[in-house]
Write a protein that binds this ligand. Structure first.
Ligand code: PGA
Length: 256
């Protein structure tokens, strides 16, 4: 059962292992000075090389450890890949899957993303399935089609066990990293489309207690409340504003 929001910091490929550790240490220190809203879940996702060290720094704190990606196979001859059980062994609780940067630069398809969602769930980790339209797709009126396709294909054949949790992050590709977040009314409309797709896939009780739909794309301390006050939005996925301790703490404080 969950009834609070979730805030996920995606550090992307911005910090090396040493800078990641320093940020984790600083967050932990700053966190001691604020009171987090009850039921607020906070996760940070460093790059793979920093997971062990950041996990150590955050151990016993209110911050959870997440990863930015996962491979779909468990073990074997897959040079360069990292499996869900390897992440779980480091204490990773949540994993971002199908981020638009990976769909674009690594050509990840809905089919691959679907296998990654399954791999994460198989280890009891929470997948954060990222969906969102590009500017061109929005311009030609395909936003809803794209969102429905990415949700339905990404979740194909996936049943949630009673302990499984799932996050769907709506991230309009054209606002990520721009500093210019989407009009909240447009976000609300997109979230409704995602929720409608979910209703076709899961019972209402499962959606209410095990699935969160969140917003991502140029969220900062000045605009976060525009999104988190929309009833269907249960949290945020944050890139740029999550790699500066002060900004990230301000985001957390906005929930109190
Ligand atoms: P941004 O990134 O907050 O820098 O726009 C969000 C994301 O890509 O998850």
């Amino acid at each position: 059962m969950h009834d609070g929001h979730i805030i996920i910091g995606n550090w992307k490929m911005n910090l090396d292992a040493f800078a990641s550790r320093a940020l984790a240490d600083e967050l932990r220190k700053k966190l001691a000075g604020i009171r987090l809203a009850p039921n607020l879940e906070v996760v940070v996702c460093p790059s793979y090389d920093a997971l062990a060290s950041v996990g150590e720094a955050l151990s016993g704190s209110a911050l959870q450890l997440g990863a930015q990606d996962v491979f779909w196979q468990e073990k074997g001859a897959y040079t360069g890949e990292i499996s869900a059980s390897m992440l779980a062994a480091l204490g990773v609780r949540l994993v971002i899957v199908g981020h638009s940067e990976r769909r674009t630069h690594l050509h990840e398809t809905d089919e691959l993303v679907n296998m990654k969602v399954k791999a994460a769930l198989s280890q009891g980790m929470t997948p954060v399935l990222c969906v969102g339209e590009t500017y061109d797709e929005r311009r030609i009126g395909h936003t809803e089609l794209i969102l429905m396709r990415q949700v339905v294909e990404g979740l194909k054949g996936i049943t949630l066990g009673p302990d499984n949790k799932l996050v769907i992050a709506y991230e309009p590709v054209w606002v990520i990293g721009t500093g210019q977040a989407i009009d909240p009314a447009q976000a609300e409309r997109a979230i409704q489309v995602i929720r409608q797709s979910l209703i076709d896939l899961y019972p209402p009780a499962t959606i209410a207690t095990q699935i969160r739909v969140i917003y991502g794309g140029s969220v900062d301390p000045g605009n976060i409340a525009n999104y988190t006050t929309i009833p269907g939005i249960r949290g945020v996925l944050v890139g740029a504003a999550s790699i500066h301790a002060e900004n990230f703490i301000k985001l957390l404080a906005s929930f109190t």
